[in-house]
Design a protein around this ligand. Structure first.
Ligand SMILES: [Zn+2]
Length: 152
């Protein structure tokens, strides 16, 4: 049996796209508006977009919940960008400004920032609070999304 297709939500137009499990996310384009479904850098999402992602998207995606006044968030940002680029074929990386999207932050039960949350196959699979280095993030991502590890 072939691996199941993923349903990826297009942030630009809201269309849900079927993408084969073995196709790189970075290469996937929206069938309706032709926008790339993944970006090499973490893309900003709103409360509304996050609600749609949680309801409709069955791909692997990560969310960095951050705030503009948060020092550790600023420290982690380049590390998160590095892993977003590193995993762009497997995982879509998003970020949510919790000051501008308080309904979403409340719904996610965020207690502090930065908080990283991962979803896969329509379920929340991992949560981690606090700033992390790119190396620590990579280990956590591989474990959370069951990706083959090169680190023993
Ligand atoms: Zn689209």
């Amino acid at each position: 049996m072939a691996a199941e297709d993923r349903k990826l939500l297009c942030l630009a137009c809201g269309a849900v796209n079927r993408v084969p499990a073995d196709k790189s996310m970075a290469a996937a384009r929206c069938g309706r508006c032709a926008q790339g479904l993944a970006t090499p850098e973490p893309a900003d999402v709103t409360s509304e977009q996050l609600a749609a992602l949680q309801m409709k998207d069955t791909g692997a995606f990560l969310l960095d919940v951050w705030a503009p006044w948060c020092g550790p968030c600023r420290i982690m940002a380049p590390h998160y960008e590095a892993v977003a680029s590193r995993f762009q074929n497997e995982i879509r990386c998003f970020k949510l400004n919790s000051d501008q999207n308080q309904p979403a932050a409340a719904q996610l039960q965020i207690r502090g920032v930065p908080t990283l949350i991962g979803w896969n196959a329509g379920r929340r699979v991992a949560v981690q609070a606090g700033a992390q280095t790119a190396a620590a993030l990579e280990v956590w991502i591989r474990k959370s999304f069951n990706l083959a590890s090169t680190i023993k």
